[in-house]
Design a protein around this ligand. Sequence first.
Ligand code: BGC
Length: 547
Amino acid sequence: MSRSASSQQPLSWWRHAIVYQVYPRSFRDANGDGTGDVEGIRLQLPYLSALGVDAIWMNPWYPSPLLDGGYDVADYRDIAPRFGTLDDARRLIAEAHDHNIKVIVDLVPNHTSWEHEWFKAALAGGPGSPERERYIFRPGSGPNGSLPPNNWVSVFGGSAWTQTEDGEWYLHLFDISQPDLNWNHPAVREEFRSIFRFWTDLGADGFRVDVAHGLIKDQTFRDVDDPDKALTVSIGDDHPHWDRDEVHEINREWRAVLNEQEARLGRELMMVAEAGVSPESLPLYLRPDEYHQAFNFDFLECPWDRDEMVDRISDAIARADAVGSASTWVLSNHDRVRHATRYGLPVDTDNNEWLMHGPYEILDADLGLRRARAATLLLLALPGSTYVYQGEELGLHEVYDLPHDVLDDPVWARSEHTFKGRDGCRVPMPWTADGPSFGFGSAGSWLPQPASFATVAASAQDGVTGSTLELYRAAIALRRELWVNAPDLVWDNEERNNVLSFTRGSLRCVINLGDDATDLPHGDLVLSSNDVTGSVLPGNTGCWLRS
Ligand code: BGC
């Protein structure tokens, strides 16, 4: 079986880190304006430290009209006034370091906001101006150029092109407010190298890079056979803008900047790719002169099925290992239905969209959470690093019944009200069982929180044996002690229906993915995701054993 990265590589922090993802808008509101802020994150550092995380990744916190939750950046070198100031960011980073917590910032290179000064200059400059060359402007097709230049569609729905008042069209693979940059332009390349330097000089330890696979577009701008299919990423499909070879040059350019900064600053830096590419392509992004790591979405999308999980875990470890990277596990983030909810929906493996959007009326929420807790013990026992999305340590579910009039995600409008979008996993955190907005802030919260937050708030779980928060705390602490330096993973091949089991040296991780109880293998029980009595492992439960 695949070897763990730990036996082969020096143990850089990012190889085994627990990275906690903070969605700043929804984490904690220190100034009582209904929106989270940098000061709120700073106030929660003791909580994060007690949870035991090694790093935090901050979703975009830059000045932005927030038309796509901040992934529409107006200025890459500042903090949005609604979140605070650059000084607040400096202080947060310094205090995080005092708690031994690294800080990863989110870099959005595929597109800017339409409020970015470059895009304003491009609009003002008019057709043919040098300012337009930093973006992707084209004349239209059809009579008088009144139709889009080609048939590409936006990830959020509708055409990927919008016409300006002077008749030219600009490309936006996402929202109309997110014009795509032209990555063949030297000024764009230089600008981002400089942004990498800016944030590492300020203290950042790493970058999560948005849409890392989308920067380069087919320069022929040809029509595609099936525009919707062109948005998917299976290998061999017709991709005019995803996963094109030239993107690796950019990866290498950035890695060189990080290497230089690392040497200059004397701190280990990293970058993690959000690259929605096939599992076969992903290792190319992880070569030693490219990204340090990349999210493993193949595993995130895995159904609750033993054989599927074993295959995907084995593949991921082997692929990362082959290029000297480390597997990077994640089950939830700000774009996906929370996994406590996903695991409680019947699994239709042929239709991921159906899984992502319901049907919620047949959700078994208790089962979902039970499985999510078992999955936590699985992930934390694997070699590699794990990303934890804020609130999953409280067992939060997707808030799938948000009223239409509060929906903020551009997906709702651009899908012509077909998909509610991603707001359900972005509802502000419940810190206390009572009080305005459950301790999120002193006022309300920008998205309404459900009444059920009272029972899952951090204060309601703190110190409570068996709570999800205490399970995460215990598991993260034990992981550091037990698993981080454990030997390579070896699967237990004994045929047991839907029971996933492996050893790493004298430690064993067993996850019963079935509904029926199974015999517990021999060994001392170290931790379990639900009560285990005697020698029986109940259904949908995971445990760690030591022999
Ligand atoms: C981010 C999304 C964002 C999109 C466009 C991503 O994949 O995670 O939240 O909407 O990029 O920037």
